[in-house]
Design a protein around this ligand. Structure first.
Ligand SMILES: Cc1ncc(COP(=O)(O)O)c(C=O)c1O
Length: 399
């Protein structure tokens, strides 16, 4: 079947919850994606950080095949050979104590919300059903009915109320705004250390440290959502590592599955996570042997191949090149490690049009929140591949 027919079939039978570019991809290898005609494109999206290791990484393919041929899914009524080792590994690299595995990122955040609420009742003494969680403007934590209720993206929330009560919103990056919105029933602050979906918004230096201190002062949990920003994407294992703080609860997902399977976790301090007792939370597929095996291999690859260091080095090169692009329509360039964005102001061409130009030149990127072009190639991108990406970016984004 040719590409046009495949697109028409998806449009005919699919719900239109996404507006994909008219491109059918059939194969991936490393940083490259190939369409059915064999044309190759450099992937500057990495499935929003789900494929930080690129496509079909040989070690990931082997891990999937080995484990799939052995044991993929069992009931969580049992233990497996991969569950405990993954939990221990995640605790070792994060300095936290307990892990609760789920599947999607949104589920991990939902899990964190449940844990924070119960902690608020049983440890902090908040009256039952009165707990509040403070989130931030520009947030993106997933698409569940609870999480969209405190989104400020109209399309995310407008027709999907009534919204779940118990959430407040402070200005992202503004510690005074957070301080003013804390009530005696607030149990947690939920924040992305870097807001990927909002267009790679980086808060002011010291913001996370100030949030940590604010949480300590008011006996609140600090929940960091690192679903997009962790595992080397920002040049560190966790993007909060740069601020020398520890969250009480951390949510992870996306690249944890090595680009092969969905797996997410909510993890945290022992005394916080231990508020849950058997029967209060769970998921059929959460922590299945295949997903845990993939996660173990993905973390091992990041460590063995020094990918945090590579992301830092290649990210510096990318930022340097982006800053030299001459186009008065560019109003801002932001980035940390290999999570970067070019923000376009008003002009004849939209961010979407620039992405089309990039596609014609063999680079796949997509606009986020209308005006920003997010650039996030696999973190194992090498020098030649980055040179190619930069050449095309300069060509497509220059005025
Ligand atoms: C910071 C953050 N949290 C949560 C999510 C939701 O993850 P998922 O789409 O796997 O539910 C995302 C997805 O982009 C994200 O970037």
């Amino acid at each position: 079947m040719d590409a046009q027919n495949l697109i028409e079939m998806a449009e005919t039978y699919g719900s239109s919850n996404y507006a994909p570019v008219p491109l059918v991809l059939s194969r991936g290898e490393g940083v490259w994606l190939y369409d059915a005609d064999g044309r190759r494109y450099l992937d500057m999206m990495s499935a929003n950080s789900a494929t930080n290791l690129g496509h079909a990484h040989p070690r990931m393919v082997k891990a999937v095949c080995d484990q799939a041929g052995k044991l993929s899914v069992i009931s969580r009524a049992f233990y497996s050979e991969t569950l405990g080792p993954l939990m221990k590994k995640l605790c070792d690299i994060s300095g936290l104590d307990r892990v609760l595995p789920m599947n999607s990122g949104a589920e991990a955040v939902e899990t964190a919300v449940k844990i924070a609420r119960k902690w608020g009742y049983v440890k902090k003494g908040i009256p039952l059903n009165e707990a509040r969680i403070l989130a931030c403007t520009g947030n993106f934590h997933g698409r569940t009915t609870a999480l969209i209720g405190f989104s400020d993206t109209r399309k995310a929330y407008e027709f999907f109320g009534p919204h779940t009560p118990g959430f407040d919103v402070a200005q992202y990056g503004d510690i005074e705004s957070a301080r003013q919105r804390i009530t005696e029933n607030t149990c947690a602050i939920l924040v992305e250390p870097i807001q990927g979906e909002a267009g790679v918004r980086i808060p002011p230096e010291g913001y996370l440290r100030e949030l940590r201190a604010l949480c300590d002062e008011h006996n609140l949990l600090l929940i960091l959502d690192e679903i997009q920003s962790a595992f080397g994407r920002c040049g560190m294992m966790f993007s909060h590592d740069g601020e020398d703080i520890k969250p009480d609860v951390l949510t992870l997902g996306k690249t944890l599955g090595g680009g092969m399977v969905p797996i997410s976790v909510a993890m945290g301090r022992k005394d916080v996570m231990d508020v849950l007792v058997p029967g209060e939370h769970g998921s059929t597929f959460g922590g299945n042997p295949l997903a845990c095996r993939c996660a173990l291999e993905a973390i091992a690859i990041i460590e063995d191949e020094n990918l945090c260091e590579n992301a830092k080095r290649q990210g510096a090169k990318l930022m340097d090149a982006l800053r030299k692009i001459s186009n008065p329509q560019i109003v801002d360039i932001r980035g940390r490690g290999l999570l970067a964005a070019v923000e376009m102001g008003e002009g004849e061409m939209s961010a979407h049009d620039y992405c089309e130009r990039l596609r014609e030149r063999g680079v796949l990127a997509k606009e986020t929140r209308v005006h920003s072009i997010r650039l996030a190639p696999p973190i194992n991108i090498n020098d030649d591949e980055m040179d190619f990406a930069i050449e095309q970016l300069v060509g497509a984004l220059s005025a």
